[in-house]
Unconditional design. Structure first.
Length: 413
C-alpha cells in the first residue's frame, strides 16, 4: 500500500535531445521500473480521462476542407480577407487545408517563430505550398517573445499589432531570405516585420489565432477585442488606455480556446468540465504539496487543472525562486530550494508534485530523499518520453486510468 507518493517532472517544458540509453542505465541503479511515456500522461492522471491532444483536434479540423469552411461560412463574403496567426512549429497541420483553398478569398499568413533554425525548414516547406496557390500570402514574421509572454508588455504587443493590422514597416525581401539573414547574423530575436504583398486588416475581415496555449495570446486577443468594441478597453484591468487600435467593429475573431473569462468572440474548442485529482484529494482531506520554480508555477498549475486556475483546501503551492547576491551571482538555485522544501515537508503531505529543471545532478539528490524516507515515486521525463517509478508497473505502456485507480486505492478513496 502506498502511504506517501511523489510525482516528479523533469524538464517539463524543455525539448532538448538527450541520450535515452545512458539515462536509462544510470537510473537502473535505483531499482526503478520504467515504461515508455504516453502523451499527456500526468495530465490524464490528474483528470482521470484519456485526453485528445489539441494538435490532433486541429488535424481533424483541417482533414476536410468543408469542416473548417462551415465554421467561417457566415462571415465569409466576396471581399473578405482571412488573417491567420500561426506558430511555425505547427504549420504542417495546415498544409492540407491550404492546398484545398479555392474560394478566391485571400489568406494572409502571419507566422510566429520560436526556434529560428527549425522554423526555417517549416517556412521552406510552406513556400512550396504558397507557390501552388495564388490565394495564399506570407504577410508577416513575428517572434513569439514579442507577444507570447506572461508580462503582456504593451510596447511589444503594440509593435506586433501595428505590423499585422496596419502593415506598417514592409520589407521587399522574402520571408525566407529575412529569416536566413537573422540566422546568419546570429539573431535569436527580431522585431515584427511584414512583406510587400501583405495588406492591412479591414473591417469585415476574419482573424484566426491558431496558438494552442490560450494564455500566450491573451494580450493580442484583448487588442483585437478593443478594435471590435472600444468600450472593452476599460473592462480589461491590465489593458493600457493609450494602446492604439484600428476601428474594426465587424472583424470576426476566432481563437482555439478561450484566453480569458471576458472573451466574447468565437472559440473552436470548448473545454469539458472534468473533476481533477486535486479536487478529489481535497474532498477526502488528503494533503497535496506542489513545489515548482517561478517559471513553472503558473503554467503547471493550469496544465494539471485542465487549464483552470483553482485553489483547493488541503493543498499548498510553493514557488521556489533562485537566490542571487548583489552582483547577480547565483547563491541558491530554485532546484536546491525545491529539494530543501521537499525534504522538510515530506512527512506533512501524503502527495507531492515537484518539477526540476535543467540540472540532472538534482535528480540524484531527489532520489536519495525518496529512498531515505521510504517514499514511492513516479518520475516523468518528457525529454526521454519515459516514466520511471518505484512502483511495479507490469505493462509496457502505463495507462493513466490505472494510475488513478492505484492512487484512489492507496489513499482509501
Amino acid at each position: 500500500m502506498v502511504e506517501c507518493l511523489s510525482f516528479l517532472l523533469l524538464n517539463p517544458f524543455s525539448w532538448k535531445w538527450v541520450d535515452e540509453n545512458s539515462k536509462c542505465e544510470w537510473l537502473k541503479n535505483y531499482s526503478l521500473n520504467f515504461s515508455w511515456w504516453a502523451n499527456h500522461f500526468l495530465r490524464e492522471v490528474w483528470v482521470w480521462k484519456k485526453l485528445d491532444m489539441d494538435e490532433d483536434k486541429l488535424k481533424n479540423l483541417f482533414e476536410w476542407f468543408e469542416s473548417f469552411y462551415s465554421l467561417i461560412n457566415e462571415s465569409l463574403k466576396k471581399d473578405t480577407s482571412i488573417h491567420m496567426i500561426i506558430p511555425l512549429n505547427l504549420i504542417s497541420i495546415y498544409f492540407h487545408f491550404l492546398n484545398q483553398w479555392e474560394l478566391g478569398n485571400k489568406i494572409f499568413l502571419h507566422l510566429v517563430c520560436s526556434n529560428l533554425s527549425e522554423d526555417l525548414k517549416s517556412l521552406e516547406n510552406l513556400e512550396k505550398v504558397v507557390e501552388k496557390n495564388q490565394s495564399l500570402v506570407i504577410a508577416s514574421l513575428l517572434h513569439e517573445n514579442t507577444i507570447f509572454n506572461d508580462n503582456v508588455n504593451r510596447r511589444e504587443i503594440q509593435k506586433w499589432y501595428d505590423e499585422i493590422v496596419f502593415s506598417q514597416t514592409q520589407t521587399s525581401i522574402s520571408a525566407i531570405d529575412y529569416l536566413r539573414k537573422c540566422i546568419d547574423e546570429w539573431k535569436t530575436f527580431f522585431n515584427p516585420v511584414s512583406f510587400i504583398d501583405a495588406e492591412p486588416f479591414n473591417d469585415w475581415d476574419i482573424c484566426l489565432i491558431w496558438e494552442i496555449d490560450q494564455e500566450k495570446i491573451a494580450g493580442l486577443t484583448k487588442a483585437f477585442e478593443v478594435s471590435i468594441c472600444d468600450e472593452k478597453r476599460w473592462k480589461f484591468n491590465n489593458f493600457n488606455s493609450s494602446f492604439i487600435v484600428k476601428n474594426l467593429p465587424n472583424l470576426k475573431l476566432f481563437v482555439v480556446k478561450t484566453p480569458y473569462y471576458l472573451y466574447e468572440n468565437n472559440v473552436l474548442f470548448e473545454k469539458d468540465n472534468l473533476e481533477t485529482l486535486p479536487q478529489l484529494l481535497s474532498q477526502n482531506e488528503i494533503r497535496l504539496l506542489q513545489l515548482w520554480d517561478k517559471k513553472h508555477l503558473k503554467l503547471l498549475n493550469k496544465y494539471f487543472n485542465w487549464e483552470k486556475w483553482v485553489v483547493y483546501d488541503w493543498h499548498k503551492k510553493l514557488r521556489c525562486e533562485d537566490k542571487t547576491n548583489e552582483k547577480g551571482e547565483m547563491m541558491v538555485s530554485s532546484n536546491e530550494l525545491i529539494l530543501k522544501n521537499f525534504s522538510d515537508e515530506i512527512w506533512n503531505y501524503e502527495l507531492t508534485m515537484i518539477s526540476l529543471e535543467d540540472d540532472w545532478s538534482y535528480l540524484d539528490k531527489y532520489l536519495r530523499i525518496v529512498r531515505e524516507n521510504g517514499r514511492d515515486c513516479i518520475i516523468v521525463s518528457l525529454n526521454e518520453k519515459i516514466v520511471f517509478s518505484t512502483l511495479d508497473f507490469w505493462k509496457k505502456v502505463i495507462d493513466s486510468c490505472d494510475i488513478y485507480q492505484l492512487l484512489c486505492k492507496s489513499f482509501g478513496i
